[in-house]
Design a binder for this molecule. Structure first.
Ligand code: MN
Length: 497
């Protein structure tokens, strides 16, 4: 969905002039080797670019200014192979506008027991050099990611790639445009919020576009394009008989295809990365977009219903982070419960718009009436989502700040036939239990809308929150309500009420 290789991470090694030319030559050679290794590794999604060793305040400042100005540089990996007195870093770090990963590694994995001498010690001294670097960032109250381990270890590569994916999502969000068709659903509180504050915190903008202007694009779609897309529907999904060519509802399938084509064209020509709409404002549209929103999400657009622009932006961000990984990400809503004491479950769904990237099976294209919106019956894709671990992510506006909520869940196989349920659905067990998870979620003010992701975990969201400087609360297997409520109180103390 997104070409990661267009982005660069700059590999920056700190040192000083104290050690003489021979040591610096080795530092240089080792740093080139490590950055080349990362650049060539299939485990790292972005380009990794070696930068000459920095040994003075001026060199550090100049390199960081270059990184700030390089539009394809999404972050800096910094490593102190030797000791690099950290007052030299203050000016550069003050200017830094990109995320920073502090790689706490060492060139030599093992101590060469029979060979080790003071030359080895002087060269391989990141164990204390990186502490000096860590101090100055803590002293400057800087958020950063610290990764510890030998540079070739799978763990180090894994954490580095997670971080680069989050940094790409942050980069993608900065300047991203989201289109809002209609306002948010009347009277709903949690989907509303401060779009100016969001643009200041996250860098994305949300602006409204008249539904009539979108309808004009939809109405201009050619029949030949509709022919092509309905054929694609027939090839990709199991169509109910009435929707197929010659079927009595085939005209509705063609209407749905026309809506998708028009929306896609509107979003592409406007350079949008996502959108939100509302069933309360569909003037001139024949159906509420169902299959259209589902397929646009599957193409990478951020989407959420009912004017929920915050969730639309999060769906996009999670799709960027998870691009190329197994599993998908969708707009989601906690819909209904199974309160069986032996098997508590949440059924997640929406009126129509669940992304087929999370499907366990070939989706079925169906047509059913919709009780809201007062339009023609919308075509939608119906499927069960795949079982396995997932996260639900909600972004809410608390007035003085944004809060990111994460709940770890385990989706289970949908064992029952649900012949009368005309929407895609997920069944999950929230951690640590439905009782604790839902109470914690509600105490924290989490929305009913979420971004649901199968291919990401809480670590990604932690890095995302820290990069953006927003609060995050996590509900996982260790959550205890009394402690959780205290965390919320302490957070109010930290951020202010
Ligand atoms: Mn909803």
């Amino acid at each position: 969905m997104i070409n990661y290789k267009q982005f660069e991470v700059w590999f920056l090694t700190g040192s000083q002039d104290l050690y003489g030319e021979e040591t610096l030559r080795q530092v240089d050679a080792h740093s080139r080797e490590i950055s080349q290794y990362y650049n060539d590794s299939p485990a790292i999604s972005v380009k990794v670019v070696f930068k000459p060793i920095v040994k003075s305040s001026d060199e550090i400042f100049a390199t960081i200014q270059d990184a700030n100005n390089a539009s394809n540089c999404i972050g800096i990996v910094a490593w102190m192979h030797t000791f690099s007195p950290a007052k030299m870093w203050i000016r550069g770090l003050n200017a830094l506008q990109k995320p920073l990963l502090h790689l706490h590694t060492q060139y030599n994995r093992d101590i060469p027991w029979s060979e080790i001498d003071m030359d080895f010690m002087n060269l391989n001294q990141s164990a204390h050099g990186d502490r000096e670097f860590g101090f100055i960032m803590t002293r400057m109250r800087m958020n950063r990611k610290v990764v510890v381990g030998h540079w070739k270890s799978a763990h180090t590569l894994g954490e580095l790639d997670q971080w680069t994916r989050v940094a790409v999502a942050k980069h993608d969000m900065n300047g991203a445009k989201f289109a809002r068709f209609g306002d948010n659903m009347r009277q709903v509180a949690v989907t509303d919020g401060d779009k100016v504050a969001a643009e200041m915190a996250f860098g994305f903008s949300v602006n409204t576009y008249a539904v009539g202007d979108l309808v004009a694009v939809i109405n201009a779609v050619h029949d030949s394009e509709i022919d092509r897309l309905t054929e694609e529907y027939e090839d990709t999904y199991s169509l109910v008989a009435s929707l197929r060519k010659g079927g009595e509802r085939n005209a509705s399938l063609r209407d749905a295809a026309q809506i998708e084509l028009g929306m896609r064209q509107f979003l592409e020509s406007g350079g949008f990365k996502g959108y939100t709409n509302t069933f309360e404002d569909l003037h001139g549209m024949k159906q509420l977009p169902g299959i259209a929103s589902q397929r646009l999400m599957a193409s990478g657009y951020g989407y959420a219903g009912e004017g929920d622009w915050k969730t639309a932006a999060m769906v996009r961000a999670l799709k960027v982070m998870g691009s190329g990984l197994n599993g998908g990400t969708s707009f989601m809503e906690d819909y209904t419960y199974h309160f069986n004491p032996d098997n508590n479950l949440v059924l997640g769904a929406h009126m129509l718009e669940i992304c087929p990237s999370i499907a366990a099976e070939k989706p079925s294209a169906q047509i059913h009436p919709l009780g809201i919106g007062g339009k023609d019956d919308p075509v939608r894709l119906v499927f069960n989502a795949a079982a396995g671990p997932a996260i639900n992510v909600s972004l809410i506006d608390l007035g003085n700040r944004f809060r990111l909520l994460v709940n770890e869940v385990e989706a289970v196989k949908v064992d029952h036939d649900l012949p009368k349920l005309p929407v895609a659905r997920v069944l999950w067990k929230p951690a640590p239990s439905l009782q604790t998870a839902c109470a914690a979620w509600i105490y924290a003010g989490g929305a009913h809308h979420t971004a649901y992701s199968q291919n990401l975990n809480t670590d990604y969201m932690e890095m995302f929150a820290e990069m953006l400087g927003v609060e995050m609360v996590v509900i996982d297997k260790d959550t205890q309500l009394r402690q959780f409520k205290n965390e919320l109180r302490w957070s109010d103390g930290y951020f202010g009420k």
